[in-house]
Design a protein. Structure first.
Length: 160
């Protein structure tokens, strides 16, 4: 029988905790710290494993939303116009068939638009771009903070 992903992650945590960490020399503080960090990340992955697909779909939806807002709210010269077309195409092509890949393509296109607006954005384009990105990212940061809230990394109050 093939072990589940959760069982495999638990096995790695056990190996790091019971075999590797106790055998590191006391003076290997960096190695000890990195093993403990790895254990912590693996435990978080185990706890979030089932929710990852929904979380990543939400990230893609947020990327599409910011792409649409930026393509509607920014204008400029040839470089900016080309970047807007590329971003629009990336958002329109985001059908969810490759959530991580499509999110990455949109994020890279947003980055290209930021660079393009710096080159030849219309008057007020930089301010509009900044305002739109900050508004969308404030909501995304809130979601990301809530994603890690159960692990004690943040002092944010849990949702009611």
């Amino acid at each position: 029988m093939t072990p589940t992903v959760d069982e495999r992650l638990a096995s790695i945590v056990r190996s790091l905790t019971e075999v590797i960490l106790p055998h590191l020399p006391p003076e290997a503080t960096l190695a000890q710290e990195q093993v403990q960090l790895s254990i912590g990340h693996l435990q978080i992955l185990r706890a979030q494993l089932d929710a990852v697909p929904a979380f990543e779909r939400e990230e893609l939806a947020d990327a599409v939303a910011i792409a649409k807002a930026l393509t509607a709210g920014v204008s400029g010269g040839a470089t900016t116009s080309a970047a807007i077309r590329d971003l629009s195409a990336a958002a329109q092509g985001a059908d969810g068939s490759d959530v991580r890949g499509q999110t990455s393509v949109i994020n890279k296109a947003v980055d290209a638009l930021v660079r393009a607006v710096s080159a030849d954005g219309a008057e007020g384009a930089k301010a509009a771009l900044s305002a739109l990105i900050l508004a969308h990212e404030a909501a995304r940061v809130e979601k990301d903070r809530r994603w890690f809230l159960p692990f004690g990394f943040d002092t944010m109050e849990p949702a009611a």
